[in-house]
Design a binder for this molecule. Structure first.
Ligand SMILES: Nc1nc2c(c(=O)[nH]1)N[C@H]1C(S)=C(S)[C@@H](COP(=O)(O)OP(=O)(O)OC[C@H]3O[C@@H](n4cnc5c(=O)[nH]c(N)nc54)[C@H](O)[C@@H]3O)O[C@H]1N2
Ligand SMILES: Nc1nc2c(c(=O)[nH]1)N[C@H]1C(S)=C(S)[C@@H](COP(=O)(O)OP(=O)(O)OC[C@H]3O[C@@H](n4cnc5c(=O)[nH]c(N)nc54)[C@H](O)[C@@H]3O)O[C@H]1N2
Ligand code: SF4
Ligand SMILES: [Mo]
Length: 752
């Protein structure tokens, strides 16, 4: 039974004062004082910017921009610039650890033999007593394609469990399910080279400047070419300040907005009839679903003035070209899949697919959020984005793996459902890699209770993250720069991560740890790789003929061609930067599907006790659960703790001044934090970034309600109450979001 060796607060305190270290060789060591410079990509977001890491004495000591890589052309955001500072952090795990309440910090270093033997004996014991599915695995898509593929195979053939899922479940799955249902394929519809060619760019629920910073420059280029910008978001995020039309909608009302726009497109006949006729099916049913969504209705539900909705519909409907880019703002909902389908409906209705400057596209979040959702570590998936329940897919993958088809388990349950099954006592053991659910899942109290019920929990990470702190065994894995492999960027471009240094101390490469466990479980015959490239070679074959076909991609081609866009079914195939060329969609009949979407309310709505909407998300200098960025001094300086963004009108009603401590309470929990009074948020909504743990975790407040199809949690909508608890220092405004009083009126939320 896992227990806390120290209090949660002690753990949080441990992360408190960061170390403002000077790396060997000084800040960003001079190029003359290094051993080598390795071209690779950033370890953080799905933009996957290229850069050079400078190496001295097996340490990363600096970086240089890479001006030659076509995607970012030398550009990097603050995280990409400072990423090199994490490697030699004193918290870097150098040995496997075993829980020991008597040891300082609650863990003691152990040998690999001991850590692996204990892990394997616990797996065997739990599975013998409770069945194979009582041992689950959770994975993450900061991992390369090779590791994602390996984890999928490892869970099915070494652990023999159906219950494997991944942290993309919190991220990309609404987009994935919507894309598959409407377009037949799950990838960005275009390479980013199409963005500057669009006549109108619609950014829906994406804080581009902070979360996909390099994409901003593509949007600037579009604007330089005359494009108009529409933004739909409850906050005037930095990019929104320049919008031509800002739609400051109520959280959770995107499908009402998109449905209303579809209604207007039909009413005004701003449709591409030839495209609808030749390349789609289901148009009438989609129109029928929005028959009552007049602009007055839409305005009332979304809180956006009718004139602005009308103007957005006109712009989208009458522009020959256009791209709609969306992210978690529309996807983190109990109707995330519906929102994505209703966004795609707008692209299909106006023929905005398969041509330059046309597409509806999700902006992938995690580093390998694209590749990681293709190679079989989702609970219902086999490599190539195949269904694990499809007999032909099972037979093919069994052949590639050299196993009997019956050895491949069936579909398992999703990440949040795994945690719920742990809470109910049905799942007793867990192995996680590259995931920090104690911070990132909704309702942290519930998650912690679940983790404490595990009979065995093993974690593979390079830092002791807050979840790993509840582990019995922690296996010291590898940082991004300590291994090689491929990753697939938000554009769908497969790129190569190159190894800069070796894992320090006794830490091991992630994939070797999985091989070690498989070997000890007596399943080593399926995992005979000597190099990561051998894993990629098998992945290529496993993906062949699937929806996500990498067969024609080799490591050499990636190096030679600055990445290759999948699908790439043959060696001589050039790759596919733009999908659906000529209106051919990935269904047997080649037709895209309109999907009817009726508006539904969020799972939780405001009432007298919880009268304020809470939405959560990110800031530019922190990354996800913060395990890495909370250890990088200059990034911590930039945004050291969560702040609650609140509009002056609401703050005035609640007698709150900038910097005051406020208590935000939901049905799940309560947290105190400084208020940041900004005019850039709806007066009925507050925003808290989620990158911190313990009593600083926004997920103490969020709701476990899931989308019925994608099973993504509704991070973007909860009902809360807010009250002032004391005075504080004014928030240091490092990210000056307050809008210019002379800015175009369309972005001014004070008008609501
Ligand atoms: N700096 C930084 N960059 C990151 C990450 C990070 O942690 N830090 N994480 C990466 C990952 S994994 C992801 S998933 C992406 C996420 O990238 P984004 O999705 O762009 O980021 P979020 O902050 O989660 O939310 C985006 C926007 O949604 C808005 N929003 C909230 N509720 C609603 C709603 O109901 N409707 C609409 N239309 N908008 C709403 C918020 O105001 C916010 O501006 O970023 C990636 N890049
Ligand atoms: N309230 C709220 N909650 C959210 C969100 C939100 O918008 N609001 N967003 C959600 C989204 S979109 C996401 S993607 C999730 C992310 O949530 P998580 O996936 O839990 O967060 P990460 O910080 O990526 O955790 C990854 C862990 O993997 C480790 N790691 C990174 N790279 C490697 C590697 O190569 N090998 C190994 N072994 N370990 C590695 C890191 O050290 C870290 O401990 O959070 C979700 N949670
Ligand atoms: S935009 Fe993303 S990939 Fe590029 S430097 Fe920033 S975090 Fe890294
Ligand atoms: Mo994400």
């Amino acid at each position: 039974m896992a227990t806390f060796p120290v209090t949660e607060q002690a753990l949080v305190d441990r992360y408190g004062p960061h170390l403002n270290r000077t790396p060997p060789g000084g800040w960003n060591a001079d190029s003359t004082d290094i051993d080598k410079q390795v071209r690779t990509h950033c370890c953080f977001c799905g933009q996957q910017c290229s850069l050079y890491l400078k190496v001295k004495d097996n340490q990363v000591v600096g970086f240089e921009p890479d001006y030659d890589f076509p995607f970012n052309e030398g550009r990097l955001c603050p995280k990409g610039i400072k990423r090199y500072l994490q490697g030699d952090h004193p918290d870097r795990l150098l040995d496997p650890l075993e829980r020991d309440p008597d040891a300082p910090g609650g863990f003691r270093p152990v040998s690999w033999d001991h850590a692996l033997d204990r892990t394997v004996s616990e797996i065997r014991r739990i599975q013998a007593e409770h069945g194979p599915d009582a041992f689950a695995m959770l994975s993450g898509v900061s991992l390369t394609n090779e590791k994602s593929y390996l984890v999928g195979k490892f869970a099915r053939l070494a652990l023999g469990t159906a219950n494997l899922d991944y942290n993309g479940r919190l991220c990309m799955v609404s987009a994935g399910a919507g894309n598959m249902a409407s377009l037949g394929m799950d990838r960005a519809s275009n390479s980013w080279a199409d963005i500057p060619q669009a006549g109108v760019v619609w950014i829906a629920g994406a804080n581009v400047a902070e979360c996909a910073p390099i994409t901003t420059s593509y949007i600037w280029r579009a604007r330089d070419n005359g494009a108009k910008l529409i933004v739909s978001d409850p906050r005037v995020h930095p990019l929104a300040r320049t919008a031509d039309i800002f739609l400051g909608l109520k959280p959770g009302t995107d499908s009402a907005l998109f449905g209303t726009v579809l209604h207007i497109l039909v009413e005004r006949d701003w449709l591409d009839h030839d495209f609808i006729e030749a390349h789609t099916q289901g148009f009438d049913a989609a129109v029928e679903a929005v028959a009552d969504y007049t602009v007055q209705w839409g305005s009332q539900v979304t809180g956006v003035p009718a004139g602005r909705i009308m103007a957005a519909a006109e712009l989208w409907g009458t522009s020959d070209t256009g791209m709609l880019l969306h992210a978690r703002g529309i996807e983190h909902h109990t109707k995330g899949v519906d929102n994505v389908k209703s966004a795609i409906n707008l692209g299909l209705a106006t023929g905005k697919f398969g041509r330059p400057g046309c597409g509806v596209t999700t902006i992938t979040g995690q580093g390998n959020g694209q590749g990681g959702r293709e190679h079989g570590h989702k609970c219902d998936q086999l490599p190539g984005n195949r269904k694990i329940t499809d007999p032909a897919a099972r037979a093919y993958i069994a052949e590639v793996w050299g196993c009997d088809e019956s050895e491949i388990p069936g579909a398992g349950i999703t990440a949040q459902e795994i945690v719920e099954a742990i809470h109910r006592g049905e799942i007793k053991g867990l192995l996680s890699i590259c995931f920090n659910p104690a911070v990132s899942l909704p309702d942290t109290t519930y998650t912690r209770e679940a983790l404490a019920k595990l009979e065995y929990y093993g974690a593979i990470d390079f830092f002791l993250n807050e979840t790993a702190y509840q582990a019995d065994i922690v296996l010291a894995g590898s940082l991004h720069e300590e291994d090689e492999g491929t990753s697939t960027s938000a554009e769908g471009r497969v790129i190569k991560i190159n190894q800069a240094i070796d894992p320090p101390g006794n830490a091991r490469k992630d994939w070797k740890i999985l091989l070690d466990i498989a070997q000890r479980l007596g399943r080593g015959q399926y995992f005979t790789y000597d190099t990561t490239e051998e894993i990629f070679e098998e992945l290529r074959v496993a993906s062949k003929g699937g929806k996500a076909d990498y067969y024609g991609i080799t490591w050499q081609r990636i190096e030679d061609e600055q990445g290759v866009f999948w699908p790439c079914p043959e060696i001589g195939h050039p790759g596919t930067p733009r999908l659906y060329e000529g209106g051919t969609f990935a269904f047997p009949d080649g037709r895209a599907r309109f999907n009817p979407v009726a508006y539904r309310e969020p799972a939780e709505v405001v009432d007298d006790n919880y009268p304020v909407w809470l939405t959560t998300g990110r800031v530019v200098s922190q990354y996800l659960s913060g395990t890495q960025t909370r250890r990088i001094g200059p990034l911590v300086d930039q945004y050291p703790e969560p702040l609650c963004e609140i509009h002056p009108t609401l703050a005035g009603e609640l007698n709150i001044r900038d910097g005051d401590r406020v208590e935000v309470t939901s049905r799940r929990g309560s947290m105190q934090l400084p208020a940041k009074v900004v005019t850039t948020i709806r007066p009925d909504t507050v925003f808290i970034p989620f990158h911190w743990a313990g009593d600083k975790a926004a997920n103490q407040l969020t709701n476990r309600a899931l989308d019925p199809i994608s099973k993504i949690p509704e991070y973007k909508v909860s009902a809360v109450s807010v009250r002032r608890v004391g005075a504080g220092e004014a928030t240091t405004d490092r990210r000056d979001l307050n809008i210019d009083p002379n800015a175009p009126a369309s972005t001014d939320l004070r008008r609501f």
